[in-house]
Design a binder for this molecule. Structure first.
Ligand SMILES: [Zn+2]
Length: 219
């Protein structure tokens, strides 16, 4: 489904309550991080992703704390637009693979599901890349994300994942157990997530055991 016309107007977001600013904003951030490290990443989309990640990491906590912060709302509206363009052209990854499976099984907002999974998926992807594909361009991309988010020139890929985890904590993102997901659902959700189209664009193929660990870390 593609819109004929999309109106992206930050003013329409000024009275979004903090909880929805948090979940939709972290979905926007996920939709920039996943295409940037995707196996289908491409140079045109890279530029949009980096600018979007910079704006989201600048504006998200501010928009959450003060909905009338017009600069932060503009940053988040642009981050959301860039993420939409990015995912349509470069695909997504394991966060959205899981979100497709979980969204179909539990009454949980899409953005909150993505936010609960994002730090866990970033850590696992980085670990798997270091172990099985240390020369992968995706690892350098995770380092670039870390530098943009932490504003530190020597930040490691892992520090970027930690910074995203801290942002999720600051925005009071609940774990997936808040929507009724428990250890008893792990096998079925991993099975469904492995078949999701987004999973195919993940920068490295994660094993079923790794996917189980990711999900357990988000419960
Ligand atoms: Zn999404």
């Amino acid at each position: 489904m593609l819109p004929r016309l999309a109106v992206v107007d930050p003013e329409l977001t000024y009275d979004l309550p903090p909880r929805i600013s948090a979940s939709t904003g972290l979905d926007a951030l996920t939709q920039l991080i996943e295409p940037y490290v995707s196996s289908r990443a491409n140079p045109m989309i890279d530029a949009l992703c980096l600018e979007g990640i910079r704006r989201a990491s600048h504006g998200l906590a501010r928009a959450y704390k003060d909905g009338s912060d017009t600069e932060a709302r503009l940053d988040m509206s642009l981050a959301s637009l860039f993420g939409g363009l990015a995912l349509a052209n470069a695909g997504l990854g394991a966060v959205h693979g899981f979100a497709a499976a979980i969204g179909g099984a539990f009454d949980a907002p899409h953005g909150a599901v993505c936010a609960a999974l994002l730090p866990s998926v970033m850590r696992m992807n980085i670990r798997a890349l270091r172990a099985r594909a240390p020369q992968s361009a995706a690892l350098a991309r995770y380092e670039e994300i870390a530098r943009v988010i932490t504003k530190s020139a020597d930040a490691s890929a892992e520090e970027g994942a930690d910074a995203v985890g801290q942002l999720c904590a600051e925005l009071q993102i609940p774990p997936l157990s808040a929507y009724g997901a428990g250890p008893e659902h792990i096998d079925a959700l991993v099975e469904a997530a492995s078949r999701a189209s987004s999973m195919k664009a993940n920068p490295i193929a994660l094993t079923p055991e790794e996917l189980r660990e990711v999900l357990a870390g988000a419960l």
